[in-house]
Design a protein. Structure first.
Lengths: 284, 396
């Protein structure tokens, strides 16, 4: 049986590890949710690496239909071929192209399938996949073929909760919410990316980072990936840790909205940011 | 007790289905939880709970059901607390041989006895009891080849009940907070299907038709994709008693403007009269009558305000709170006009629902608009209400 214990470039919490193994053992898709930048997509990469399996990535776009993941029947090409007489048009199979899901089913060995950002698509999208993910098979009416998975792929689905997923879909999945890491875990994560980082710099940077995240009023809280970028900038810029203590160099890497930057900068002096909106004029 | 857990979850408002409950039993049958309550806590959460806003309720139900359960994790933890690391013991060859003669049964019996007597606390050295650095058959960092080693590793798990007790997810509970992202999700339901955007879908029938007309020369016909779009009008109360909620409202505003295709917003103070402001400082205004006449009536209108004011502000001519402002039509008439024109309209109130019955003007406004709380639950409910068309029906 497959038992996932993590890989050396991904810091795994015990509960996430348990849930991954449960989803593998039960053959159910694992839905991973969490704040942006908490490593949802990387999890699938890590599972593929840890279990030594091929990874198939299906990136979902807003205009995608569920059927595209199964197969595409290229009518236009067939029409073109018929028109100009090149190729054997009578063989429909030549114009059936398997999508990512179809590819995962048809693969001779077990694969890891990552369905990335499923919430980008329309609301009906997950519902259209219900049966296919349950049975791990689908039927192509054009050729009368049924594609059935030889080994149930390990399915990881990520969601940014831009849209809610439908209940019947959720019922069939195992759900994990990646919490934002605590400072200790964060230090571990950073060390995976920068093994030789200076201790004082890391400490000061983390202190700053969690201080910024404390602000309730932020439009967009900085996430792990922004912290990593910021540390990279600090290291490349050769900023001494003392500087980080005094101010926030390269604040644009952490905060992406003008209002947020203003808020943090103002709050350096007063407690303004915590209790005022500055928007209303008359107070009766 | 187990089935109790299921019903407790239901009682706490976690939507669990039989389907998921059976899946959990499958997982337990495979012993995926490794007989540990902590793992069980995580696994059951992953299988039964599908939204982070229910995590807190899950924690509460878990606490209720399993609070008094003693598990092996727990016992171990207690023993570990009694053990502190001391220097390793160096023994002569003869002593080592002596100890090897003990068999496992004896050791286990002895271990249980010691545990019952609670000898493990503050015990360092020694030959018999659980402790550290001794020659006893139990304990850590000691020396006995046949002994039971307890807790030389560092415990990585916390007890499940402790985790549940921490209730880290309290803030995710849908009745509490509203951040921009959550609002976006709620508001995105407002979008309904309208064909918009460039044509990027091949219309097969039309293409064949056009190709035939074109004497076999292929002619593609593309058509519009359906995209979600909606028309929403937001009217916000600013100033006065709404000041504490200004930040909340502005978040809703920023969520709405990014989420909705046709989005109009206006401001008012306490109640709507013949002018309505188009900026938050209330300098620029537009005639309310003009809005009522010229805007399409399929706008979904959302009022946001605490609806708390002097009754005169609603019912009197010249009742407006601004002293210099003269209104010859009472505010409540304007509100009714809005309701007449825009069939799909609701009122969101940041005040908690339980207080609504005590405030006269809230009762009056609730008579005109369906009112919802300005929390994630309330927003969701309100949006559902709008798109289901109930709002238009309730008017009669």
């Amino acid at each position: 049986m497959n038992y996932f214990t993590g890989s050396d470039d991904y810091v795994l919490s015990p509960s996430l590890r348990d849930n991954v193994n449960v989803s593998i053992a039960l053959g159910r898709p694992l839905i991973v949710k969490g704040e942006p930048g908490t490593g949802k997509t990387l999890l699938a990469h890590s599972i593929a690496k840890g279990l030594n399996k091929r990874l198939i990535i299906w990136n979902i776009k807003s205009n995608m239909k569920a059927r595209e993941g199964l197969y595409v029947y290229d009518t236009v090409q067939r029409l073109n071929h018929a028109r100009f007489g090149d190729g054997d048009v009578s063989d429909i199979k030549r114009y059936i192209k398997l999508g990512k899901l179809g590819e995962a089913f048809a693969s001779p060995e077990q694969v890891v399938l990552l369905i990335d950002e499923i919430d980008k698509a329309e609301l009906e999208f997950p519902n259209d996949l219900l049966n296919e993910l349950d049975e791990m098979s689908f039927y192509i009416p054009e050729t009368g073929e049924t594609i059935k998975a030889k080994h149930r792929p390990i399915v990881i689905i990520t969601s940014n909760s831009e849209k809610e997923l439908p209940d019947p879909f959720l019922r069939r999945c195992v759900f994990h919410y990646i919490e934002f890491p605590e400072p200790e875990l964060m230090a571990e994560i950073v060390k995976v990316h920068f093994p030789h980082i200076e201790k004082t710099l890391l400490r000061e940077a983390l202190k700053r980072f969690y201080w910024i995240r404390e602000f309730d009023m932020l439009r967009k809280k900085p996430s792990t990936s922004e912290l990593i970028d910021w540390l990279q900038a600090l290291i490349v810029g050769g900023i001494p840790p003392k500087e980080v203590e005094k101010q926030i160099p390269f604040v644009g890497v952490l905060l992406k909205k003008k209002e947020d930057i203003d808020l943090v900068e103002k709050s350096g002096k007063t407690h303004y940011a915590f209790n005022s909106s500055g928007r209303t004029r008359d107070v009766y | 007790m187990f089935i109790d857990f299921f019903f407790r979850l239901k009682a706490y408002g976690v939507p669990v289905s039989i389907h998921e409950w059976i899946t959990l039993h499958k997982a337990l049958a495979l012993n995926l939880n490794n007989c540990s309550l902590t793992s069980f806590y995580h696994i059951a959460k992953a299988i039964l709970v599908k939204h982070e806003i229910h995590f807190d309720r899950y924690d509460l139900a878990f606490l209720d059901t399993f609070e008094d359960v003693e598990t092996t994790d727990e016992m171990l933890e207690e023993i570990l607390n009694g053990l502190k690391k001391v220097k390793e013991l160096h023994l002569t060859e003869e002593e080592k041989r002596q100890m090897q003669e003990l068999n496992l049964d004896q050791i286990l019996r002895n271990f249980e006895e010691q545990l019952r007597e609670g000898h493990y606390r503050d015990h360092v050295g020694g030959n018999k009891a659980i402790g550290t650095g001794g020659r006893s058959t139990q304990g850590a960092w000691g020396y006995n080849p046949a002994g039971i080693r307890i807790g030389q590793g560092v415990s990585r798990h916390r007890r499940a009940v402790q985790i549940a007790e921490r209730r880290t997810f309290r803030n995710y509970d849908s009745a509490v907070t509203l951040d921009t992202r959550q609002m976006k999700v709620a508001l995105s339901h407002l979008r309904s299907l309208l064909p918009i955007g460039p044509g990027d879908r091949l219309n097969l029938e039309e293409t064949i038709d056009a190709t035939c007309r074109n004497a076999g020369e292929i002619e593609f016909v593309w058509e519009n994709k359906e995209k979600k779009a909606s028309k929403v009008m937001l009217l916000m109360d600013v100033g006065g008693s709404m000041t504490p909620y200004a930040e909340l409202v502005s978040r809703l505003f920023s969520a709405a403007s990014s989420q909705i295709h046709k989005f109009k917003y206006f401001y008012f103070h306490n109640c709507v009269y013949q002018d309505i402001w188009i900026d938050i400082e209330r300098n620029q205004s537009r005639s309310t009558m003009d809005i009522l006449k010229s805007e399409d009536d399929d706008y979904k209108v959302i009022f946001i305000g605490d609806a708390e004011m002097a009754p005169s502000e609603l019912t009197w001519v010249n009742g407006a709170i601004d002293y210099w402002y003269h209104n010859d039509t009472p505010g409540i008439v304007w509100l009714k006009r809005f309701r007449e024109k825009f069939k799909n309209s609701i009122w969101l109130n940041p005040l908690p629902k339980r207080s609504w019955d005590y405030i006269q003007t809230i009762r009056m406004i609730r008579g005109i608009f369906p009112m919802f709380e300005l929390t994630l639950d309330g927003l969701d409910e309100g949006v559902q209400y709008l798109i289901s068309g109930k709002s238009a029906l309730a008017r009669a």
